[in-house]
Ligand binder design. Structure first.
Ligand code: NAD
Ligand code: 022
Ligand code: ZN
Ligand code: ZN
Length: 375
């Protein structure tokens, strides 16, 4: 069939709107009509050419929501008419990783997904006979896409696509990092570095679990009001404190008879390796945990003195908030529909597909929290 897509033909070039050919679903696959998609940093990381593993030409996009319109042979977990969210981290429930219960990083289709093709090694997308790559197993910058059955989460039918698409990446990553990765307990003192589309979701996750202190750190003063909107209790602008942010945060979090400071949990939502070090060192000795969410530039390295870890601080990372997509994503959609978490105010811009490049411009300018393309 013919579908409308924003195609990344070459690294560093704007996306081009084109009509491309999409083959129907094969065994174990589903055809999904994408109704809305968010624009996320990783799409830009790849589009710009900064991603050394980026493949071109490709149909980017990994933060979508839509409706199943056709199923391939053998598909049993979803049916035509089901509303779904594509999963860049699938959940097969039968690979060693899924069965381990220790990670959400399913390995069932990992290698083909990284090669920009479906599990059978071929692409469903083409243009004038030339193959187009899939992206992160999702390719939501097209109004129809084909996905493996294990890479879709079935969600309730009354959830609005133009909001819950954000659960396909940003919301689940931020809220999941709090609940699944850090397992933050009520009363905890926490610091969130970087109050963008991920950090604000960490903040609302911390509010949800009953953290006491939710300190937001951002070099952009406009982020103070944004953080407060979702539950931040204190704001620190490293540019305004006249000194190192680490001792400043340690001092803010001093408690107990010994007056030792440091956060119970910190979160890096910047992707900056210097900030990652600050986030670790702002943790409480003996138990503080720092969660790396931000994706650093290719080849970047993190550093700290081993003493920081020897004295009990813990460095952890998280992919997709540690969420098992088919199990956890429908629950997060329910939380949104029940008013337990917010999404609407974070979606600052809604665009038609034809204006998708403006969404990337808004991201660069720091003007948007999330831009969403509605088909
Ligand atoms: P964003 O650009 O919207 O937000 C980043 C924020 O960090 C901005 O508000 C910026 O002002 C602030 N910042 C920059 N430098 C800073 C500094 N030195 N100190 C304090 N604050 C600083 O980005 P986002 O959409 O929130 O994404 C954040 C990161 O999370 C990206 O690296 C993205 O790729 C990553 N991410 C990771 C996962 C995962 O599964 N691990 C999933 C989604 C996104
Ligand atoms: C999403 N991300 C950043 C912004 N939006 C993002 C990027 C990468 C990962 C997670 C979220 C990630 C962490 C660890 C891995 N990835 C490796 C997973 C594995 O090897 O099992 C990752 C993922 C998908 C892809 C590449 C890297 C891909 O499909 N190309 C989950
Ligand atoms: Zn993303
Ligand atoms: Zn698996």
């Amino acid at each position: 069939m013919d579908v409308k897509a924003a195609v990344a033909f070459e690294a560093g070039k704007p996306l081009e709107i084109a009509t491309v050919k999409l083959d129907g679903p094969k065994a174990g696959e589903v055809l999904v009509e994408i109704k809305a998609t968010g624009i996320c940093h990783t799409d830009e990381f790849t589009r710009s050419g900064a991603d050394p593993e980026g493949l071109f030409p490709a149909i980017l996009g990994h933060e979508g929501a839509g409706v199943v319109v056709e199923i391939g042979p053998g598909v049993t977990s979803v049916a035509v008419g089901d509303n779904v969210i594509p999963l860049y981290t699938p959940e097969c429930r039968e690979c060693p990783s899924c069965l381990s219960r220790k990670t959400n990083l399913c390995t069932k289709i990992r290698s083909t997904q990284g090669q920009g093709v479906m599990p059978d090694g071929t692409s469903r997308f083409s243009l004038d006979g030339r193959k187009l790559h899939h992206y992160m197993g999702c390719s939501t910058f097209a109004n129809f896409t084909v996905l493996p059955e294990i890479a879709v989460a079935k969600i309730r039918p009354d959830a609005p696509f133009d909001k819950v698409c954000y659960i396909g990446c940003g919301v689940t990553t931020g809220v999941g990092a709090v609940i699944n990765t850090a397992k933050v307990e009520p009363g905890a003192k926490c610091v969130v570095f970087g109050l963008g589309g991920i950090g604000l979701n960490v903040i609302q996750g911390l509010r949800l679990v009953g953290a006491d202190m939710i300190i937001g750190v951002d070099t952009n003063p406009a982020k103070k009001a944004w953080g407060e909107r979702f539950g931040m209790t204190h704001f620190v602008n490293p540019k305004e404190i006249g000194g190192d942010v680490v001792p400043y945060l340690v001092n803010m979090t001093k408690h107990g008879a010994d007056q030792i400071g440091g956060a119970d949990y910190t979160f890096d939502c910047t992707g900056n390796v210097n900030v990652m070090r600050q986030a670790l060192e702002a943790c409480h000795r003996g138990w503080g945990q720092s969660i790396i969410i931000g994706v650093a530039a290719a080849g970047a390295e993190i550093a700290t003195r081993p003493f920081q870890l020897v004295t009990g601080r813990v460095w952890k990372g998280t992919a997709f908030g540690g969420a098992r997509g088919r199990t956890d994503v429908p629950r997060i959609v329910d939380w949104y529909m029940e008013g337990k978490i917010e999404i609407d105010p974070m979606i600052t811009h809604t665009l038609p597909l034809a204006d998708i490049n403006r969404g990337f411009d808004l991201m660069h300018a720091g003007e948007s929290i999330r831009s969403v393309v509605v088909y």
